[in-house]
Design a protein around this ligand. Structure first.
Ligand SMILES: *[C@@H]1O[C@H](CO)[C@@H](O)[C@H](O)[C@H]1NC(C)=O
Length: 456
């Protein structure tokens, strides 16, 4: 173990400050689900007082969907804009600047009730979406760049931990007895202001990423060394400095790559394909369906307080993110991802069986689970129960098949990156590209240590 492999207090504080951004993303993802009925009444009242007639149901549904979904639209814009900020202003300053968006959105959402304006809430959701998209780019990048190679996986998990804790916080704060009620919901949405204030106070005490300092300006070497000494709590940083310098020289030699080139060039095709598949394996695993509809699932399963069961899923999610934090560097990223995929596949099979059993007891698909309900909406008018019967479990079988596909892909195509430097990872992919992806033969250290994307 190198002397630089320690988790120093300075490193912890810096990482902790950064993950406030992850917390914000999670919070704003989860916050909108609990107070749905209350905010819908607000929309209705506002509409009534403006137009002297109650809001039509379709308009209300559209307006609510817009309030929820516009967050993702903002998130997409934010994600695409990450590159505009990080290389111009630096990683730390980008995070600092993004908080302006969190402030503005908190004000828009927090005062929408007072101003009797649902437009303000929608705009606030859009802006906090942009902020969240930026944060999900900034935070993992900053954490990875300031972490020692051996701890990069574990500390990278903290971003994910921040997200799930944020979701959990939103679930708890959204309880009717806390802020999920008619008088306090503006505070529930405006709460996003507080973490931003905290981050703005702490960020100036955190150093700029040493990799960024080296990449932008070679004369910043002393500054970068100073940052490393501070973060690692030791003067013996020359080895890591060399590694970083080599990397930044490599990066400066490489010309700028356009998006189409990413897909055309054999050098990039393999890593970009792996990255996309890893993201898809998360998005198409069915976990989001479980998260968005868990309250409804528990309700239909006969749980008397479904909100608490939903909070239970948030707790389990958080607990296992903590577990992965401790085992990721020991087990590697790849085996963990494989276990996760297999676990999800088994769960999907269980859900299929559970639904089939529910049907045996004469419970219709509608009561069995809301997910096929959504997918089978068109079939609900069909008089044939057979179609419903086939359609219900069918959805989970799709998830099972997808998950098994991702498992096979990860097993054969995704290399372990545990303990590898950025350079070694890139070299591994270059080697693969050079030989054609059929004859997979990476450098020795790349092959013996195999894993997945640290962002997952
Ligand atoms: C809107 O509020 C009015 C009056 O309280 C109520 O009668 C109506 O059902 C509500 N409309 C919707 C779509 O919820």
């Amino acid at each position: 173990m190198l002397s630089s492999d320690k988790v120093t207090p300075q490193l912890m504080i810096t990482v902790g400050t950064a993950v406030i951004g992850s917390l914000q993303f999670g919070y704003n993802t989860g916050v909108i689900n609990a107070p749905q009925n209350i905010i819908e009444s607000f929309y209705n009242e506002t509409w009534s007082s403006r137009f002297s007639e109650p809001i039509p149901q379709t308009t209300l549904t559209a307006l609510w969907s817009l309030s929820v979904a516009i967050f993702s639209v903002g998130g997409m814009f934010g994600s695409f804009s990450v590159g505009l900020f990080v290389n111009r202003f630096g990683r730390r300053n980008s995070m600092l600047m993004a908080n302006v968006l969190a402030f503005i959105s908190a004000i828009f959402m927090g005062f929408s009730k007072l101003a009797a304006s649902f437009e303000m809430l929608v705009i606030g959701r859009l802006i906090v979406g942009v902020y969240s998209g930026l944060s999900t780019g900034f935070v993992p990048m900053y954490i990875e760049e300031i972490s020692p190679t051996s701890l990069r996986g574990a500390l990278g998990t903290l971003h994910q931990l921040g997200v799930v804790i944020g979701i959990l916080m939103a679930q708890i704060f959204g309880l009717e007895s806390i802020m999920g009620n008619a008088s306090l919901w503006p505070l529930l949405l405006g709460f996003t202001l507080l973490p931003s204030v905290l981050q703005c106070v702490l960020l100036p005490l955190c150093p700029e990423s040493p990799r960024y300092l080296l990449l932008i300006n070679c004369n910043e070497e002393n500054k970068a060394r100073g940052v490393l000494i501070k973060l690692r709590g030791t003067d013996e940083v020359s080895e890591e400095m060399e590694e970083m310098k080599e990397e930044s020289q490599q990066m400066m030699k490489e010309k700028k790559v356009t998006i189409p080139e990413l897909f055309r060039s054999p050098v990039y095709r393999q890593p970009i394909f792996v990255a996309i598949m890893l993201q898809l394996s998360q998005q198409l695993s069915g976990i989001n369906a479980v998260f968005y509809y868990s309250t409804m699932i528990f309700e239909r399963a006969g749980v008397s307080q479904p909100v608490y069961a939903t909070i239970g899923t948030g707790v389990v999610n958080t607990a296992f993110t903590v577990v992965s934090l401790f085992v990721v560097e020991r087990m590697g990223r790849r085996p963990l991802h494989l276990i996760g995929l297999m676990g999800m596949a088994v769960s999907a099979v269980f859900l299929t069986v559970a639904m089939a059993l529910l049907e045996c007891y004469n419970v219709t698909v509608d009561q069995g689970s809301p997910i096929p309900l959504v997918v089978c909406k068109n079939n609900r008018l069909e008089p044939f129960p057979l179609i419903q019967q086939l359609c219900g479990p069918y959805v989970f079988i799709i998830f099972t098949i997808l998950l098994l596909g991702f498992f096979v892909f990860t097993y054969f195509k995704v290399p372990e990156t545990k303990g590898c430097t950025f350079d070694e990872i890139a070299a591994g992919f270059r080697q693969t590209a050079g030989q054609g992806s059929d004859k997979y033969s990476a450098p020795e250290e790349f092959n013996t240590l195999r894993g997945d994307d640290p962002d997952l």
